[in-house]
Each structure stands twice: as structure tokens, then as C-alpha cells.
Design a protein around this ligand. Structure first.
Ligand code: SF4
Length: 215
């Protein structure tokens, strides 16, 4: 359908992770995801939602007068109109983040958008879906994220960083523990022991609001 998107929610909160952690941000959560990560915390966005005109989404975002907008899901890129949405958000002057699984092609994403792309580790159950060609479209403004469930995932991430020369690409490398599964202290100790060139992050919104949707 032209100029419409299936939307789960729009809300204003603090960004809980990534380079803009702690900054007030409007979240545009699009409905649907072709993946099923074992530790997914946004399963409520897999189905349902409602159809909205792109212009209506832009108007609702503008109502919050934000500086930062995050387009998330689900997997936003599963909807082709996510591309014109992000372009329009950039044209409106916002600083736009895209949270994407790494399983779909990111080549056509507006270059003004900071892509926050996952590389799915084995513990997600979806690591066969990683689209490694996407790495050639990641630049200094982008952020590559590993969510880790255990030591096996950590070793896998370390190997990817090494094999693909990810530390030399200029963007952020983010390592997060699966909330409630991998002890953050353990991950911190591993990173320091290995002198790994990454930024560790915790999901701040989980500490503030738990699993409540809308944050
Ligand atoms: S890609 Fe994201 S939304 Fe989709 S199943 Fe995995 S964690 Fe959940």
C-alpha cells in the first residue's frame, strides 16, 4: 500500500542503549519481524498493529518536538515504506537511528541515518540469518551491536571482530549481555581481560521500567 506503514506504537522515552543512551527520543516501532531470537524482548510487535499514513506518523513524531528519533521493531526493514519514512524524518531535521536485525539488506537506508545493526550470535538461534554483505554498508556513523547470552556468544563476537576487521571500520562496536541471562559483571571482566575495542552497554530502560512496553 502506498505511503502507509503497519505500526505497533509511537512513544517518547529515554533511549536505553546505543550511542544516544539516556537522551530523550521518540520511538517509532513498526510491526512485524521475520526472525525469532530466543531472547527477543519485543515479541508484542510481531503481530497486530495498525495501518498509518506516513504523513500521520510524521505529524505524531513532530508533536513531541524531539531531537532524536529511533525507528525500531520488530524489523523495520521488513516494510519497504520504512525507507521513505526514514528519509522524511531526516528531511525534517531529526537525528535518526535505525535498529535492525542484520538479516535484511541495509544498502538503501538513507546515509544520514545511523544504522544500529545486530550481528546475531549463536545464542539468539538466528545467527544463520546474518547478512554479512551488510558490513560493507556500515560506516563511521553506524553502530554494530552484539547481544550475548553466554561465553560461547562472547567468543563468537570476538572472532567476528577479528575476522572482519570491525575495529577499523570507524563505527561503534557495542556488546550487551542478554538481560537476566548473562551477568554484566562477567562480560565486563572478559572485555577488560581481552582489551577488546568495544563499548559495553546495559539496557538502561530495563533497569528503569523492566519489560513494560512503551519504554
Ligand atoms: S530481530 Fe529483533 S524483533 Fe526480531 S526476533 Fe530478533 S530481537 Fe526480536
Amino acid at each position: 500500500m502506498a505511503d502507509t506503514l503497519r505500526l505497533t506504537e509511537i512513544f517518547y522515552s529515554l533511549q536505553g542503549e546505543t550511542r544516544t543512551m539516556g537522551l530523550p527520543t521518540v520511538f517509532v516501532r513498526l510491526t512485524g519481524c521475520p526472525l525469532r531470537c530466543t531472547w527477543c524482548d519485543s515479541e508484542y510487535s510481531f503481530h497486530g498493529g495498525s495501518i498509518h499514513a506516513l504523513d500521520d506518523i510524521l505529524a505524531e513524531v513532530a508533536g513531541y518536538r524531539p531531537r532524536y528519533v529511533t525507528v525500531t521493531g520488530g524489523e523495520p526493514l521488513a516494510q519497504p515504506n520504512a525507507l521513505p519514512l526514514m528519509r522524511a524524518l531526516c528531511d525534517a531535521g531529526y537525528e535518526v537511528n535505525l535498529e535492525t536485525s542484520g538479516a535484511l539488506d541495509i544498502a538503501e537506508v538513507d546515509p544520514r541515518v545511523s544504522k544500529v545493526m545486530d550481528l546475531k550470535a549463536p545464542g539468539s538461534g538466528e545467527h544463520a540469518r546474518n547478512r554479512f554483505d551488510n558490513l560493507m554498508h556500515m560506516g563511521p556513523n553506524d553502530q554494530l551491536k552484539f547481544v550475548l547470552a553466554d561465553r560461547v556468544d562472547y567468543e563468537w563476537a570476538r572472532m567476528q571482530i577479528d575476522q572482519h576487521g570491525l575495529a577499523d571500520k570507524g563505527g561503534e562496536l557495542l556488546l550487551s549481555p542478554v538481560h537476566g541471562q548473562l551477568n554484566p559483571r562477567e562480560l565486563a571482566d572478559w572485555i577488560v581481560a581481552d582489551n577488546l575495542p568495544v563499548r559495553m552497554q546495559l539496557q538502561m530502560h530495563k533497569y528503569l521500567w523492566g519489560e513494560e512496553p512503551g519504554h
